[in-house]
Design a protein around this ligand. Structure first.
Ligand SMILES: Nc1ncnc2c1ncn2[C@@H]1O[C@H](COP(=O)(O)OP(=O)(O)O)[C@@H](O)[C@H]1O
Ligand SMILES: [Mg+2]
Length: 260
């Protein structure tokens, strides 16, 4: 297997949906027969394991970064089929030494088609070292001024560091042009290619509560479909939405309302 692509999901602003997208995009790629490893590089708010359904593994990325464990022993196979490398919640491990991160990601990429790296918010030395360790960056933002400004800052930094930018994903789109930025505005603000738009989806919260990533919780939901489309476009392929998705979504909503 040729080395896989190391893609960092980064935003500048927190809370835009990086971790959610890392997990769901990873599963969507895996459903396309790709071998995927997702990596938690958000050391100070490490919650990738929680988004994987409160999944834990004793060997964390900090153990590898500090030379106390091999990359191989820290990567585990999650029941969904994707592999993961999670981060510690211990407060004294929030600022690990990151000089070996590139080597760890490269090693993970030898056994994967994709290594998706869940990046921290902000812009500091740690974030810079993570940007540097990735092959390419996927910007995640929301249709708000603040998220757009922070995304533009991160993009500027990536350009300054000559790191390739895949494009920007706009998440939590509510389709209310009076209250939020539209695609063209985000495109102008960030001067980047828009890779996709994911709607705001109330089931995202519910799927987290149910410990099941959305693409598995409800593959017919609009957000899941957009994430699957994004996975297909990364692969250079076209996505065929499931037949009667709208009808099945409606039916599901009726059933859920009845059972409430
Ligand atoms: N498309 C979406 N629709 C609705 N809620 C979402 C969506 N994407 C993410 N969320 C919610 O937003 C919150 C922040 O998401 P998270 O992935 O933790 O952001 P980040 O990793 O960028 O800080 C979570 O509660 C998550 O369930
Ligand atoms: Mg996160």
């Amino acid at each position: 297997m040729a080395d896989g692509r190391i893609v960092g999901l980064i935003s500048g602003k927190g809370g835009v949906g990086k971790t959610t997208l890392t997990v769901n995009l990873g599963i969507a790629l895996q459903q396309r027969e790709k071998e995927v490893t997702i990596v938690d590089a958000d050391f100070s708010a490490s919650n990738l394991g929680v988004y994987l359904g409160r999944y834990d593994h004793p060997v964390k990325i900090q153990d590898v970064l500090h030379g106390n464990a091999e990359t191989e022993s820290a990567i585990f196979r999650h029941p969904t089929g994707i592999k993961a490398l999670t981060s510690s919640n211990e407060i004294n491990k929030v600022e690990p030494e990151t000089s070996s991160l590139r080597d760890i990601l490269t090693e993970a990429s030898k056994e994967s088609d994709y290594v998706l790296v869940d990046c921290p918010p902000g812009l500091n030395k740690t974030v810079e070292s993570i940007i540097d360790a990735c092959d390419e960056l996927m910007i995640v933002t929301m249709p708000t001024q603040t998220a757009g400004i922070n995304a533009a800052q991160i993009i500027e930094k990536c350009k300054e560091m000559q790191q390739p930018i895949l494009g920007t994903v706009i998440n939590k789109v509510e389709d209310e042009p009076d209250k939020e930025l539209v695609e063209r505005e985000v495109e102008m603000m960030t001067e980047s290619h828009i890779l996709g738009q994911i709607p705001y989806d109330a089931e995202m919260k519910e799927s987290l509560f149910e410990n099941t990533p959305l693409v598995l919780f409800n593959e017919y939901s609009e957000a899941a479909i957009e994430i699957q489309k994004l996975a297909a476009s990364l692969e250079g392929g076209k996505y065929e939405p499931p037949k009667f998705a709208k009808f099945k979504r409606g039916l599901r909503n009726i059933k859920r309302n009845i059972s409430k």
